[in-house]
Unconditional design. Structure first.
Length: 91
């Protein structure tokens, strides 16, 4: 195999669960603040959200999807403006 050999995509995936592409209106809450965002993909273990000005978001947040009853405490894993990746905390 050469240096640039192709590997199947599934061998490159490092997430613990398969994510589903979505477009869900949501809120991030932290320290008494709520900020609107859009969930772009989600799985049982985490999500990627679109938040144009996410630089002031702390590392610990709660994700609330509009119209859904549950609140998902999460940790910010990475930030690549305007995207932020979240890992959900165990219940």
């Amino acid at each position: 195999m050469g240096l640039f050999s192709r590997q199947p995509v599934e061998n490159l995936e490092r997430r613990g669960a398969v994510r589903t592409s979505v477009r869900l209106t949501s809120m991030l809450t932290y320290g008494g603040t709520s900020v609107g965002c859009t969930v772009r993909n989600i799985s049982a273990t985490g999500a990627a959200i679109l938040l144009p000005d996410g630089k002031d978001v702390p590392d610990e947040v709660t994700l609330v999807i509009v119209g859904k009853p549950e609140k998902r405490p999460a940790q910010v894993v990475w930030r690549m403006s305007p995207l932020i990746a979240l890992r959900f905390k165990p219940n």
